[in-house]
Design a protein around this ligand. Sequence first.
Ligand code: ADP
Length: 401
Amino acid sequence: MSGNSILVINAGSSSLKFALFCLDTAGALNLAARGLVDGIGSRPQFKVKDAMGQALLERELEVTDVREVKDAIALAGLWLGTHFPGEALLAVGHRVVHGGADYAQPVRVDDTVLADLEKLTPLAPLHQPHNLAAIRALRETQPQLPQIACFDTAFHRSHPQLADIYALPWDYYEAGVRRYGFHGSSYEYIASVLPQVAPSIAPGRVIVAHLGSGASLCALRGGKSVDSTMGFSPLDGIPMGTRPGALDPGVLLYLVGQRGMTATALEKLLYKQSGLLGLSGVSNDMRLLLESAEPRAQLAVDYFVHYIAKEIGALAAVLGGLDALVFTAGIGENAPEIRARIVSACAWLGITLNQEANQRGDACISTTDSTASAWVVPTNEELMIARHALAQMQPGQAPQH
Ligand code: ADP
């Protein structure tokens, strides 16, 4: 294989996910390989799969081999260079969690952009430093290589101001305490494919349910985000694998004031120990909860469905009605039982489930006489980022969908 390619990087605290997309002669990006280095600094493992999901590499590494994200990038670069020797890297697209109030579009990183993004670290201390460490590491070793930052928050900058504010004194809004919204690359990808997958609903009022380990809902009008369940941080909204979703702030006041919990302990509780895991005491994995006979596993699933249905109602009110509900991400794409239960709770919105289509995981899972429809559309955040990175290298061209 020889030609041009785009590398997508998603760097976390102890893991580096990457995907290589090759540009074909028609200008389309095709996945060549997807990889993961996790356990960075503890028990590193390196895995790569091809476009069909077949393992190309699975290797345990010594902790001294991969101490930090820049070692993981070097490792991935070496492997990709050996396996795709003819590929010339046009650009690297990075998932960056926070673009703040100003970055409503992906941007090519230079010194000014990097300094701006570093200022946003206090808004996303668990993710932003790692996203930026990957950018910095590549700038050191390959300063000429264009790097494009794509933000989880950017797609939501089309929200009206009402959906962007909290009822706090105005100074807090000015200081950055606002509803940013997340999972933007996923929602943007879904909005970009709806005109082909479901042309009748694409211009209308659509709620997308991104149900993965992190989970949120987004209200789209004409393909633009008008509201979403995540706010200032990725903690708000519907319950998730290990995050509780919306929580009365009075609970936090109580935990800090009466139980003496520190910010670090709260962070652990809210990001790692709550949600499906905390409620069930069994697992954060929906597959295990659905198989479990534990009553609290059932309760956790019931709560998940109940809260999502409740928030769908809220977003339908924002949209003034609903034309379609779209399921995506790990649970949304793979759990027919959860989809069926959510759709059943949304019957009042005019959606009737087509049971067989739902079991098969068809694109359209509602009956033909449903007044609002339901869909399953696989997301592809990496491809969305790759398209943006490519578009930045082809000025004047919008990302190809
Ligand atoms: P993320 O990218 O946020 O890590 P994913 O979108 O890959 O998450 O979703 C991961 C979650 O999807 C898993 O935790 C698991 O609960 C759920 N999941 C995956 N496959 C299935 C399935 N067949 N049935 C139920 N849940 C599933």
